[in-house]
Design a protein around this ligand. Structure first.
Ligand code: PRX
Length: 633
């Protein structure tokens, strides 16, 4: 792709241009892609109404850009390198040619099942090639994919299916994860009891787990594929047609279905993949995220394939069959780029260093970090033991809502600084705001991170609830996109993300809104009220601490049993990732006179910091604070 930034001077020059003439800048980047019809207008927007239209009038199909375009020069190149959960099962090298064929066939299957442009398809699959192929097949026919991470519970799937009114679900009999087999099909069966909108389930065979086959609703994908044609002409989409919905937790209420559209998302993920990772033709790129999250969508799939890259799809976990698994994969496939989360780094750093040293990691050129702040110790461990001090680390800051990376070093170009995401990508205009709505200028300052101008990858709305989209991201600071994160800007303009400033807690890199978890806890018959906060955790970054008031009926129950029941309830409602690490039963919660829980105090208690609770004069029940401190678990 043209428009690759080669050095720091280039970066600054381009950055200035991107601010001065953003439309020209983005138009030139978009020129690197293949369009059925060029756009009339690069950008139209209104930050107050949260309306964004990029490349209006343009017509295209993203899979033509991600697959067909490479058939000329890269047909025999591996597009997807699949590494199964079990190291004894053979890896699969799926070439661009084969990917094209498999996507075309699956696209035809979907069409034959009655799926047409604009229909929503829920994909609930393990990390197997069929997951990538299903996503791309939807995009090819213009169906909107909604991938649900295969660790979510039946009720979490049902809520997502209902919210976007999905017609069809693609799932598998089961999934392998380490030494566990997860019965995906039975979870889907349970979810679908509540989802009359779904009339078909397409089933991929992976684990051979016995399943409950519902005639007339369930179909084996394998059988449908056998009879489907290999020829498929992609649906020509308008630039702003919806490409996918991906749910993310909010600090309140139900999950938000973030909507991403075709052209802007394509341009943004393709451009950032190339520049942040400085991807070269022979490189082998491994992002360890799951495709169920935005990182997987944007950088395992779209961004990588748009650049004709070889992208690794790993089904398993870092600890199976042993703690050398990541390093073994790097050695085996001569991986050049490793893009992972601080939680994974911290959990592997605590194991014996021999696991790392046993393998040859000399193929590595670039390391990436994403999803949560990376602490200094983990950064250095990654740098010393994995990168052997010769691989730049790109600490990439972004969000489901942003579609792609917004602040990050460009590998090998931007000088790195541990724990800093450093500088904005050209085209991105960050700024810091104080609580009163004023911009904080200058150096060595901390504030609420906002973005002052749209970029092509910005989400367009929350599915079915544009008001909520405006309220969440565009109300706090009129005319700006508010990220929900705090950040520090140092003396050279580098940004360091300090963490969430709302009631979202990032646990092991997963965004968890506290309110939906509290709602789940409050369903327990013995619970009267609950309040959750995040507290620092050595491996997970943050973990959840629950302060729970029991009803009288709960008081005499065994507290350990209650803790287990509460966590089971959370697992059932949301998924095991949202379980609480600590539960303290309390007689009351610190509340203001208007009934608002003072979470700041609970946060301090959960961290074990009892030194200064700040102004507690507005508390209705200040005496409760001492009591909670005494009972800390
Ligand atoms: O708090 C920030 C944190 O993750 C949030 C976004 O989560 P999600 O939408 O799930 O997307 C994760 C993958 C892009 C952000 O608001 N976050 C993400 N990357 C970083 C980060 N915090 C610090 N440093 C990062 N590099």
């Amino acid at each position: 792709m043209a428009y690759t930034i080669h050095d720091l001077e280039d970066y600054f020059k381009l950055y200035r241009r991107s601010i001065r003439t953003p439309r020209k800048f983005w138009g030139e980047i978009a020129d690197n892609f293949s369009w059925n019809q060029k756009w009339d207008n690069v950008l139209d927007f209104n930050m107050t109404e949260a309306k964004f239209s990029w490349f209006e009038g343009g017509k295209l199909n993203i899979t033509e850009n991600a697959i067909d375009r490479h058939l000329v020069n890269r047909s025999k190149k591996t597009a997807i390198l699949f590494e199964p959960n079990d190291p004894n099962e053979k890896a699969q090298h799926i070439t661009y040619e084969e990917l094209h064929l498999r996507v075309c066939k699956m696209a035809n299957v979907l069409k034959e099942q009655g799926i047409t442009k604009g229909d929503r398809v829920c994909i609930y699959l393990p990390m197997i090639p069929e997951l990538a192929i299903s996503v791309l097949a939807c995009a090819r026919i213009g169906a909107i994919h909604s991938v649900v991470f295969a660790g979510f519970s039946a009720s979490a799937i049902a809520a997502r299916i209902l919210d976007s009114d999905c017609k069809l679900v693609i799932t598998a009999d089961g999934g392998f994860r380490g030494n566990k087999t997860i019965d995906l099909k039975s979870i889907v069966d349970e979810a679908l009891v509540k989802c009359p909108c779904v009339d078909k389930v397409l089933l991929v065979k992976r684990t051979n787990t016995p399943i409950n086959f519902q005639d007339g609703r369930d179909y084996w994908m394998e059988e449908l594929l056998e009879n489907s044609s290999i020829n498929n002409t992609p649906e020509i989409m308008d630039a702003e047609d919806t490409l996918f919905i991906l749910y993310t937790s909010g600090s309140t209420g139900k999950p938000k279905g973030m909507v991403h559209t075709t052209a802007g998302y394509m341009v943004y993920t393709g451009y950032t993949f190339k520049n942040v990772f400085q991807y070269q033709e022979q490189d082998i790129f491994w992002c360890t995220a799951d495709i169920g999250w935005i990182t997987g969508h944007s950088y395992i799939l779209y961004g990588a394939l748009l650049n004709g890259a070889t992208t690794v799809l790993f089904e398993g976990v870092p600890s199976y069959p042993d703690f050398g698994r990541f390093w073994e994969i790097i050695d085996k496939h001569k991986i050049t780029h490793l893009y992972t989360a601080p939680t994974a780094i911290r959990s592997l750093a605590k194991e014996n260093i021999e696991w790392v040293e046993k393998y040859n990691l000399s193929s590595l050129k670039i390391l990436g970090s994403v999803g949560e702040p990376i602490n200094e110790e983990a950064w250095h461990w990654y740098d010393n033991h994995v990168g052997k001090k010769k691989c730049p680390i790109v600490d990439t800051w972004w969000q489901t809502e942003t579609g792609g990376i917004l602040i990050s070093p460009l590998a090998g170009i931007t000088p790195t600084k541990p724990t800093y995401a450093t500088l904005p990508i050209p085209g991105v205009q960050p700024l810091l705001m104080d609580d009163k709505g004023n911009e904080i200028e200058g150096e060595q300052v901390t504030g609420n991170l906002c973005i002052n101008f749209p970029w092509p990858g910005i989400a367009r709305t929350i599915w079915g609830d544009h008001e909520r989209y405006i309220d969440t991201y565009f109300k706090a600071y009129p005319g700006k996109y508010f990220t929900g994160d705090g950040a520090f800007r140092d003396e050279v303009g580098y940004y360091r993300i300090t963490g969430r400033v709302d009631d979202v807690v990032i646990v092991s890199g997963h965004n968890l809104g506290t309110a939906p978890i509290e709602d789940a806890i409050n369903e327990h018959p013995a619970v009267a009220e609950s309040a959750l906060v995040g507290f620092p955790h050595e491996i997970k970054g943050n973990a959840l601490y629950g302060f729970i008031i029991l009803k009288e009926s709960g008081e005499n129950r065994d507290h350990n049993n209650l803790r287990q029941e509460i966590n089971k309830l959370i697992s059932d409602h949301i998924g095991p990732i949202a379980k609480l690490d600590k539960i303290q039963f309390v007689d009351g919660l610190p509340k203001t006179r208007s009934g608002k829980i003072m979470r700041r105090i609970l946060r301090k208690i959960s961290e074990g910091d009892f030194s200064n609770f700040g102004d507690t004069s507005t508390l209705l029940n200040p005496e409760i604070v001492d009591e909670i401190v005494k009972g800390k678990v």
